[in-house]
Ligand binder design. Structure first.
Ligand code: NDP
Length: 502
């Protein structure tokens, strides 16, 4: 079947673990291709009763899955990764049609998803707890890692598969079941993705499309046990508050407003290429996109010339064609972003390149990669996530000022610096208030290294050993094989241990 056929076939369905089921929902939403504005499918607002049934099934199957040994679980997960790689063409095309980014990026995303599954299949069987030094002669003290139960994954539109796998891979490998609530904007691709998980027991992984209400129901249910949320700050706060009501664990990956510093020692051509990639990848709709550019005054003008050239060379168009930049995800998002651009200019920013819709398109929500100069730290664009193809440039006079301004933010997701000065690189790693610091290597991820933010960018970590423990309880066990007395603290207390002098 072609990607277009699949978009039609999966329209109106949810995935109940064994099959795609037509939802009884009366309400739903059209899926619109952001490059062509054609309606390419529909998604349902899965009903309350359907969501309840999915939760009940998840809990039942989770117990069976957890009773399998970690090696058996790992083998099944490796099969899942193999299926993902085989399904790359259809998944990538569906994702490009649904949310707009170029096919190269959607195909890469499937590869990264498979990599995360393979990684956690092995890491989760590497350790299941540890023996700790006993505090009592003859006793055995140790910890055991246990799954949390049913994990809810609530996701945004920009990386719908890999962000899901960073969470689902760890959760499944640790013995949990997973229910996915995808973004309304990438639901049909997410449904198709469910077929990759066929090697797992039916019901272990399920997908319920719909509006925020579906997410709310999953979060507030007493029968789900952890929520892994990725999305904007405001929604993250709603989710975290709902979890707090039940002391339910939550991982919150929220917005970023990452700084990008360039110092004089950096090779300018490479810094400009890295900056353009950090600003314009996925049309700037990346949580770790470079959003605030602090450029040393001695290289500022040359850097602006270089990034203007980079931005001008990018090919804009339908992500299925030979292009570098696709459309923004929705008309509403482009309108929001246009208001951000207008406000920046009203506050004194100058457009060095872009700043408008590209010529030659009468369909599609495109916007030109934009370079803004004369930007100052107090402008709105420097203090909120712009989440679009913008590179606002602020001139700085030295390294200390760059670090100070980079840290002057309520967000703390990632941070970038271009420098070949070892002292500056070392100070940047130590002093930047962020979850990840990239020196001459913008936006890279590594399955084996933890990903996550500080401040308003969220709580908790995905990936690495830390990401596995986000989905496991640690239980303490203490065993006395002798079943001996413990008179060093048991009743009856000895008289000579009473308060002296009474
Ligand atoms: P949103 O916050 O709008 O939505 C995220 C998800 O939450 C969607 O599935 C949404 O459903 C759902 N949702 C909405 N309301 C509720 C609710 N009351 N209870 C539970 N779930 C709800 O994010 P976007 O999709 O617009 O994604 C963009 C944002 O994601 C950016 O701010 C970006 O920075 C952030 N992000 C963060 C990352 C990180 O790792 N820190 C990575 C990637 C993106 P629906 O689609 O129906 O609205």
């Amino acid at each position: 079947m072609t990607a277009i056929d699949e978009l039609k076939r999966l329209s109106g369905t949810f995935f109940d673990g064994a099959q795609f089921v037509k939802s009884a929902a009366t309400g739903g939403f059209d899926v619109v291709d952001p490059a062509t504005e054609d309606v390419i499918g529909q998604i349902p607002d899965t009903t309350e009763a359907e969501v309840d049934a999915v939760i009940a099934r998840a809990n039942k199957v989770q117990r069976e899955w957890n009773s399998q040994n970690p090696l058996t679980r790992a083998e099944a997960l490796h099969e899942v990764a193999t299926r993902m790689r085989k399904m790359t063409p259809v998944l990538a095309e569906m994702m490009t049609r649904e949310m707009g980014k170029p096919y190269k990026e959607t195909a890469d995303e499937v590869a990264w998803s498979a990599s995360a599954i393979d990684y956690y299949a092995e890491v989760a069987r590497h350790d299941a707890g540890k023996v700790i030094g006993s505090a009592v002669d003859g006793q055995f003290h140790y910890t055991v890692k246990e799954p949390l139960g049913t994990v809810v994954a609530i996701l945004p539109f920009n990386f719908p598969l890999v962000l899901f796998c960073w969470e689902a891979a760890a959760a499944l490998a640790a013995g949990n079941s997973v229910i996915l609530k995808p973004s309304e904007l990438t639901t049909l691709t997410s449904l198709k993705f469910m077929e990759c998980f066929e090697p797992l027991p039916a019901g272990l992984i399920q997908c319920v499309p719909g509006a925020g209400r579906v997410g709310q129901q999953l979060v507030s249910s007493p029968d789900t046990h952890m929520v892994a949320f990725t999305g904007g700050v405001e929604t993250g706060q709603i989710v975290a508050k709902a979890c707090a009501e039940q002391f339910k664990g939550c991982l919150i990956e929220a917005s970023g407003n990452d700084p990008f510093i360039v110092m004089p020692s950096a090779p300018l051509d490479m810094a400009a290429r890295g900056a353009a990639f950090a600003a314009y990848l996925n049309c700037g709709q990346v949580c770790t996109a470079g959003e605030r550019f602090f450029i040393h005054e001695s290289i500022h003008d040359a850097f602006v010339d270089a990034v203007v050239e980079q931005a001008g060379a990018l090919r804009i168009g339908n992500g299925l064609d030979k292009v570098d930049i696709g459309p923004m995800v929705t008309e509403k998002e482009r309108t929001r972003f246009e208001a951000v651009m207008a406000r920046a200019q009203e506050q004194g920013a100058k457009v060095a390149r872009g700043g408008k819709r590209p010529a030659g398109f009468n369909k599609g929500w495109y916007y030109e990669p934009t370079v803004l100069t004369d930007v100052t730290p107090d402008m709105d664009i420097m203090n909120a996530e712009s989440f679009g193809p913008a590179m606002p440039i602020c001139k700085v006079s030295n390294f200390d000022e760059a670090i100070e301004l980079a840290n002057r933010s309520k967000y703390g997701l990632g941070a970038n610096i271009y420098t070949t000065n070892l002292g500056e690189a070392n100070r940047a790693v130590n002093e930047l208030e962020a979850g990840m610091v990239w020196v001459n290597a913008p936006l890279l991820d590594n399955d084996a290294g933890p990903f996550g933010g500080r401040k308003m960018s969220g709580i908790g970590r995905q990936l690495g050993a830390e990401g596995l423990d986000s989905f496991r309880h640690t239980k303490l066990a203490m065993i006395d094989p002798q079943c001996a007395d413990q008179d060093f603290w048991w009743f009856p207390y000895k008289d000579d241990e009473a308060c002296p002098g009474r």
